[in-house]
Design a protein around this ligand. Structure first.
Ligand code: BT5
Length: 252
């Protein structure tokens, strides 16, 4: 049983974005842990104004949280959410699952040679200067839905790899349970135990990476992920601490 996350679940057939619905709840003073879930999103959102394709068959949900953290710490919540999804998928399917910093969950494809994106996490916040007012963490998981052709080079569904329809309810329950467990633990013990598990599933650590950040490209070896969820990269010029960006793993 979840203690915080999933105490209240609002289920919709069709919404523009579950993020927007969750924001309304937050603005109306709703307690943390409320979950908005939809069968279809007509304007699903990715980071930086990108689109998230959300047809029937997937799990599209947003969680309202009110953590006592500073705005700088918000990436931690993205890490907690993606770790929860990764662990839930691994337990339910026995597939090989990895985390691609900062917000992707990947699974090994049938060919076995590569990993593709099965889930994306989007964390949005409203905050004052030093305190977060609320955080909305959106999880988009490709379960039994179709992936449009232009996305198939990078995206995949669980159904495609397992060859069968997966029980979405069961996966949803597992995701919320894990998210709840890690979130509660974060409140008690901070990031250290989560970071340990996260690092263990990372697809980028020790790899040569190219990171596209707004305005610049960073190339180097991914050394570590720190307490704040930043990626530490060894570049030609020294060490860089990267807060957000799009990572490509450079194959050699
Ligand atoms: C993300 O953004 O990966 C965050 C996605 C968060 C989606 C959830 S669903 C519930 C909640 N409500 C919302 O409106 N959003 C959240 P980003 O890293 O920027 O990746 C976006 C890119 O992934 C797009 O530009 C596409 O290239 C690709 N993409 C779009 N739809 C996809 C899908 N269903 N599966 C895999 N990749 C997809």
């Amino acid at each position: 049983m979840s203690r915080i996350i999933g105490r209240k679940i609002f289920h919709y057939v069709r919404v523009t974005s579950t993020q927007d619905k969750a924001k309304k709840l937050a603005e109306n003073g709703f307690a943390e842990g409320a979950v908005i879930i939809a069968e279809i999103q007509t304007q699903g959102k990715g980071r930086l104004g990108r689109r998230w394709v959300s047809p029937r068959g997937g799990i599209w949900l947003s969680v309202l949280l009110r953590p006592e953290i500073t705005p700088m710490e918000v990436p931690k919540i993205t890490m907690i959410g993606s770790l929860a999804v990764a662990k839930a998928i691994a337990e339910l399917t026995r597939l090989e699952v990895k985390l691609k910093w900062p917000n992707d969950v990947l699974i090994r494809t049938i060919s076995g040679f590569e990993f593709k994106k099965v889930c994306g996490v989007l964390t949005e916040m409203v905050s004052g200067v030093s305190r977060v007012n609320y955080v909305i963490t959106g999880l988009g998981i490709n379960v039994n839905n179709r992936i449009p052709a232009p996305l198939r080079a990078k995206a995949i569904s669980l159904k495609e790899v397992t060859g069968r329809n997966l029980p979405r309810q069961k996966l949803l329950r597992k995701v919320l349970e894990k998210f709840d467990k890690y979130y509660l633990n974060f409140g008690k013990q901070g990031m250290a135990p989560i970071l340990k598990e996260y690092r263990g599933m990372s697809a980028v650590l020790r790899r040569e990476v190219k990171i596209e950040c707004p305005g610049r490209i960073i190339k180097g070896k991914a050394l570590d992920i720190d307490e704040y969820g930043a990626l530490i990269v060894k570049t030609q010029g020294g060490k860089e601490r990267v807060i957000a960006g799009d990572v490509t793993i450079v194959k050699r």
